[in-house]
Design a protein around this ligand. Structure first.
Ligand code: IVH
Length: 663
């Protein structure tokens, strides 16, 4: 492998990792400008060395590609995307280029920010649902769509033969907020926006499909395939047809006689769309006469009889009351503007990200300034520009603090980095709080219950000074934290106990080594096989691993040279964590005992419970027999419970099970 290939591989890893941190709203480790520089370097290398380029990489992806999780579905009629226009003039130009039939009308619909799906009904019965995928091949998500209440399983009037309809699966803002609130309370990663939440929910594996019904997806249909065969000649009538057959159709649409009517619709809904309760990012304008569609035709990817008018991101004006500093997991200080609350894109906004000190200087943002803010892709608002014309002279220039606002350490700025950092990795409580959230997150040790709030309480309580300290807290310690009852405290203890038997790759991810996410952690674990080997590796050996380059290698090497980190690892070792890839029974307390689970557990998944039993020398069986020692009956137990009772096998509840595995 030459140096270019190796650097490109490293860039792919780094970008994947930082994009994950950024898009999943976990605290980014590097400023946007550094991320952009990585992307720029990669695209230059890709241009010069196309033989090493990964065509399927996230920055090149157009739409999704079908995953291995689902069977593939070929779309007989391709599922196209739409061309975008951004001004009324561009809209008029778009349709002028098309030879429209005399007196054509249009249908305006809201452009819903969801996930495109195709639904097929046979004699009125729902038989197949698929995602768009790459437009030609999608994923068969029938089983999952069966669990979505909003998808009718039977059509009204049971039209005979095959009916294919298309539309958008989405999550309403109300459900989105509820789902994220729940995830936050469980310490799980938040969805960045309702679109991601809808896509993530629909594309669940069978194992997790119970979340689909719980989260409450919605669907709106807007396309009747082969409409003419049903005697439907216009898009307006197609929407009526869909609705009359019981398929949900969005309420905000209108048939317009001409482009003036279209413009009126667009301007009316620019602000009114925020009352709809779901995210829309534009208006789709379609030629009403659908019998003319085939002749007008498509480009390679989009129809020429329809176009998406995209609304500009909404802006608001407000005052910056203050600029505060948030300290991230790796000590990066990020300035955040505290705003006079203002409504923007349907929500109340009181914070805006300012990225870094250079950006504040470049935009000359001062405390007290009136600024224009905007929300891009529904995430955190950003400051576009200062209205200097209304400056009063009392505004204050912001300077980065010289000391960390959380721990008082002197701030450093490393050469070549635009970020300011608090160097106190081992005892800065702000970093510890963020590290703890990351440690407990799903990709890390997956400790349910430890999320933002609990991480805050824990660090504020003064009871922990290093990540490993959370394993030393007693039941009383947990119960002394505000609003933690005995049951929750016991559950957390059980969660912590179960987390000790997670594979090494989870621990290496959870440690939060700079630049090392779960993919890189997997490479390290695969190569070294143990913490011991990782610890003693030189930078060169680490950077020689495919997909790991000098930057990651330096981070890993430095991590294992730090005394506080080494002490923490020794603590984990003493507590019985997996330090290698071979599973090791920490104790043989359950030697030879056979367990059967029925019903759901609260503190952990059945898989995790199984791991725990095995780690203690026990066995798991799928069915109850005379050789079964214990049947663990969780929530809503099934027939195994009756069988256990009939055979006289000992039945225990979750609490008793937990007390057996906490040794
Ligand atoms: S019509 C060939 N109507 O936007 C017709 N699409 O950016 C294409 N979308 O892939 C679809 N709301 O997933 C249509 N009212 C609407 C829509 C809509 C959202 C999505 C659709 C499409 C994407 C294109």
């Amino acid at each position: 492998m030459d140096i270019f290939e190796s650097r490109m591989n490293e860039l792919y890893r780094l970008i994947e990792y930082h994009a994950g941190l950024y898009y999943d709203k976990d605290s980014p480790e590097i400023p946007d400008s550094e991320y952009d520089a990585l992307v720029r370097e990669l695209s230059e290398l890709e241009r010069d060395y196309p033989q090493y380029a990964r065509k399927d990489f996230l920055t090149h992806k157009v739409g999704g590609s079908p995953s291995e999780l689902f069977a593939k579905v070929e779309h007989e009629v391709p599922m196209l995307s739409l061309d975008n226009v951004f001004t009324p003039d561009e809209l008029v130009n778009f349709f002028e280029r098309v030879d429209l039939p005399e007196g054509s009308g249009f249908v305006c619909e809201m452009k819903i920010d969801g996930l495109a799906v195709s639904l097929v009904y046979e004699d009125g019965v729902f038989v197949r649902g698929a995602t768009r995928g790459n437009g030609h091949t999608g994923e068969d998500v029938t089983a999952n769509l069966m669990l979505v209440d909003a998808v009718p399983k039977r059509l009204k009037g049971a039209p005979s033969g095959r009916v294919e309809v298309r539309g958008e699966v989405l999550m309403s803002l109300e459900r989105f907020n509820a789902v994220n609130a729940l995830r936050e309370s469980r310490g799980e990663k938040l969805f960045a926006n309702p679109r991601n939440a809808a896509a993530g929910t629909l594309r669940q594996s069978e194992k997790n499909n119970h979340v689909i019904a719980e989260r409450g997806l919605d669907v709106f249909l807007y396309y009747l395939v082969d409409a003419e065969s049903f005697g439907v000649m216009t898009q307006g009538d197609a929407l009526v047809w869909l609705s009359e057959h019981g398929l949900p159709v969005q309420s905000a649409y209108r048939v317009c006689e001409n482009l003036d009517g279209v413009k009126e619709f667009i301007s009316r809904w620019q602000n009114e769309r925020y009352t709809l309760g779901y995210v829309t990012d534009g208006v789709v304008v379609k030629l009403n006469d659908l019998t003319a569609w085939p002749e007008i035709g498509n480009t390679s990817h989009a129809p020429r009889w329809a176009v998406a008018y995209k609304y500009p991101p909404e802006e608001a004006r407000t005052r910056i009351r203050d600029i505060i500093i948030s300290v991230g997991r790796t000590g990066v200080l990020t300035p955040v503007a505290v705003l006079e609350p203002v409504r923007l894109a349907g929500t109340q906004v009181s914070r805006a990200g300012l990225h870094n000190a250079d950006e504040i200087a470049r935009k000359d943002i001062r405390i007290g300034d009136i600024v224009r803010i905007r929300k891009a892709a529904e995430i955190i608002p950003e400051v576009i520009a200062v209205d200097v014309s209304v400056r009063e002279g009392t505004e204050r220039v912001f300077t980065m603090p010289e000391r960390c606002p959380a721990c008082g350490s002197e701030i450093v700025r490393l050469p070549g980095e635009s970020a300011f950092r608090c160097p106190n990795r081992s005892s800065c409580l702000a970093q510890l709080k963020e590290s703890l959230k990351y440690f407990a997150s799903r990709d890390g040790m997956n400790i349910k219950g430890i999320g933002k709030k609990l991480a805050e309480k824990l660090t504020a309580s003064g009871k922990i000074h290093a990540l490993s300290d959370i394993y030393t807290l007693s039941l009383n310690d947990w119960m002394s934290l505000d609003k933690i009852g005995e049951i929750s405290a016991r559950n957390i203890l059980a969660e912590l106990e179960a987390s000790k038997s997670r594979p090494l790759v989870s621990l290496i991810t959870a440690l939060g080594i700079k630049d090392v996410g779960k993919n890189t952690a997997a490479l390290l674990v695969e190569h070294f096989g143990s913490v011991e080997a990782m610890k003693s590796a030189g930078e060169e050996e680490i950077s020689a691993i495919e997909g790991v380059g000098p930057v990651i290698a330096r981070s890993v090497h430095e991590f294992f040279r730090n005394d506080a980190n080494l002490k923490m690892i020794e603590d984990f070792r003493a507590m019985g964590f997996m330090m290698g890839t071979k599973s090791q029974a920490v104790s043989n307390a359950l030697e030879g005992k056979v367990f059967v689970f029925t019903g759901g557990l609260e503190a952990m998944t059945r898989e995790e419970a199984g791991e725990k039993v095995k780690a203690l020398g026990g066995k798991i069986s799928g069915s109850v027999s005379a050789r079964t020692d214990y049947v663990v009956a969780g929530d809503k137990p099934g027939s195994k419970l009756r069988k256990a009772e009939a055979l006289g096998v000992r039945v225990i509840d979750e609490q008793e099970f937990l007390s057996m595995i906490i040794t």
